[in-house]
Design a protein around this ligand. Structure first.
Ligand code: HEM
Length: 245
């Protein structure tokens, strides 16, 4: 029988990012679904503004947390780095083939970091999160005149005689009609990408949760609790073990 060995894998920064991100995404999805159905919910204009404001405030926490994670991938622990995340680099395709072949043959192949399929999923998740953050920050400007682009948008749409700094959302009488129409055309691709991104992200999150549960059941390694404790407990030599593990 193989003996179990514990390895420190996920550093504190990666674990904090993960759970702050989970909480933010839950809040953003809930508020986002309400925004999508604001008319059906019978919300007043003030109610809509409040809902978007709450969504954007959670969005700022989400965006800063994500930015920190993207930076951490350059400076963090070995399993938090890009080379352990991105599906590429030396030996990646061989490892992917070996992982799929072993899985088909029912042979166990354990990893300390992400397995080769996991790398594809995590990269897709990070890309979708980044897309939501970038498009969301633009929408915060076009819809609420909030930073980082809100003051530029306000300066664009303010009607002559109105101070852009005092512009309020939904106060169309204070906007220049032609400039506002141009701004709405500029906004259109951002809201479309944000909405499609929302559905794609929901699909990816579902796949991510299913994959983690199935991998833990098939391969062990206490994947789920490792995101709390940072430690994986394996009974085999990990395929991605480095000399320092
Ligand atoms: C996981 C991340 C996010 C998800 C899943 C999400 C989801 C959604 C959804 C479903 C909507 C409704 C779209 C529509 O009305 O067509 C929405 C709208 C909006 N989102 Fe996000 N969002 C995310 C991140 C952000 C961030 C980071 C910000 C800004 C800081 C943001 C700002 C906005 C704004 C201003 C709207 C209102 C757009 C409108 O008028 O409909 N979102 N979001």
């Amino acid at each position: 029988m193989n003996s179990f060995k514990a390895y420190r894998v996920w550093d504190a920064s990666t674990r904090w990012f993960h759970w702050i991100n989970v909480l933010c995404v839950l809040g953003l999805v809930a508020a986002g679904v309400a925004i999508l159905n604001d008319d059906a919910l019978g919300l007043s204009t003030q109610g809509k503004i409040l809902l978007k404001t709450v969504h954007v405030l959670i969005g700022y926490v989400f965006a800063v947390n994500l930015l920190w994670r993207l930076i951490w991938a350059f400076v963090g622990g070995p399993y938090a780095r890009w080379r352990a995340i991105l599906p590429g680099g030396r030996g990646y395709l061989g490892e992917l083939r070996a992982y799929i072949a072993d899985a088909k043959a029912g042979r166990l192949r354990q990893y300390l970091g992400h397995n080769p399929l996991g790398r594809i999923a995590v990269t897709a998740l990070l890309l979708m999160l980044l897309s939501q953050a970038v498009t969301g920050l633009v929408l915060a400007g076009t819809d609420l005149f909030y930073p980082p682009v809100g003051s530029w948008i306000a300066g664009w749409v303010a009607a002559p005689g109105f101070d852009p700094a005092t512009l309020q959302p939904y106060a169309k009488s204070t906007y220049d009609a032609a400039a506002y129409a141009d701004m709405r055309s500029f906004r259109k691709p951002f809201i479309e990408v944000h909405e499609i991104g929302f559905y794609l992200l929901l699909g990816l999150i579902l796949i991510h949760i299913l994959a983690v549960v199935i991998t833990e059941l098939r391969e062990g390694g206490n994947l789920i609790s490792a995101m709390f404790t940072g430690r994986k407990i394996l009974d085999q030599e990990p395929a991605d073990k480095t000399s320092t593990d």
